[in-house]
Design a protein around this ligand. Structure first.
Ligand SMILES: Cc1cc2nc3c(=O)[nH]c(=O)nc-3n(C[C@H](O)[C@H](O)[C@H](O)COP(=O)(O)O)c2cc1C
Length: 183
C-alpha cells in the first residue's frame, strides 16, 4: 500500500506535518511519502500565466503523486478560517490540469490541527464541502485541537489518550478498506 501524506502548509515547523507524519506511523506495511507545500512552490495562480505558460511542472508533480497513491492522509493548516495560501495555490493550479480531478477519487483521511480549541475545524469544513467536487473521496475526518497540549513533540505522538485512540481507530478503519488492502 502506498501512502501519500500531505501537509497543507509551507511552514518549516508545521504542526500539521507533525500530525500527518504521526498518522503515517500508525499504518502497517505501507510505503510512505510525506510532502508539504514547499515541495510544490510555484508562482501564484494567474490567468495570464496559465495562458502563456500552462500549468507549472510542480502542479503536475503533485497530481502524479496523488495518482500513484492508494491512500491519502491530508492535514491542512488553518489561516483565517480556511486554507493556507500555500495550499490553495497548489490546489488551484492542480485543478487546472485537464481531464483529471485533483484528488482522483483516492481514499482520503482528512485532518487538521491548530493551537486553538477548534483544531482547524474551519479549514476542515471548507475542505470537506469542496474536495468531493474535485474527486475527493473523504472516508473520514479528524481534528486535533490545542495542538501544543495534545501532541508531544519530543515523542512525536499525540499525548491525549482519547484523541490518540480516536485517530488509531480511524486509521485502522480506513486501512482495512478492501480496495486499499488489496494493494
Ligand atoms: C495568517 C494566519 C492566520 C491564522 N488563522 C487561524 C485561524 O483562523 N484559526 C486557527 O485555529 N489558527 C489560525 N492560525 C494559527 C495556525 O493554526 C498556526 O499558525 C498553525 O501552526 C498553522 O499550522 P501549520 O504549523 O501546520 O502551518 C493562523 C496563523 C496565521 C499565520
Amino acid at each position: 500500500m502506498k501512502i501519500l501524506a500531505i501537509a497543507g502548509s509551507n511552514s518549516e515547523t508545521s504542526i500539521n506535518k507533525l500530525l500527518v507524519s504521526y498518522a503515517t506511523s500508525l499504518v502497517e506495511n505501507a510505503e510512505v511519502e510525506i510532502v508539504d507545500m514547499n515541495d510544490f512552490e510555484m508562482p501564484i495562480y494567474k490567468h495570464q500565466r496559465e495562458v502563456e505558460s500552462g500549468v507549472p511542472q510542480q502542479a503536475v508533480n503533485f497530481a502524479e503523486k496523488i495518482d500513484a497513491a492508494d491512500l491519502l492522509l491530508v492535514s491542512l493548516s488553518e489561516h483565517n478560517g480556511t486554507y493556507s495560501t500555500a495550499f490553495k495555490n497548489v490546489f488551484d493550479w492542480t485543478s487546472r490540469i485537464k481531464n483529471r480531478a485533483v484528488w482522483n477519487e483516492v481514499p482520503m483521511l482528512l485532518m487538521a490541527t491548530a493551537p486553538g480549541g477548534r483544531g482547524g475545524l474551519g479549514v476542515l469544513e471548507a475542505a470537506e464541502k469542496r474536495f468531493p467536487l474535485h474527486g475527493g473521496n473523504i472516508i473520514d475526518t479528524f481534528t486535533l485541537p490545542f495542538f501544543n497540549d495534545n501532541f508531544d513533540k519530543s515523542a512525536q505522538k499525540i499525548s491525549n489518550e482519547e484523541k490518540d485512540n480516536e485517530l488509531k481507530e480511524k486509521i485502522k478503519k480506513i486501512s482495512a478498506i478492501e480496495s486499499i488492502l488489496e494493494k
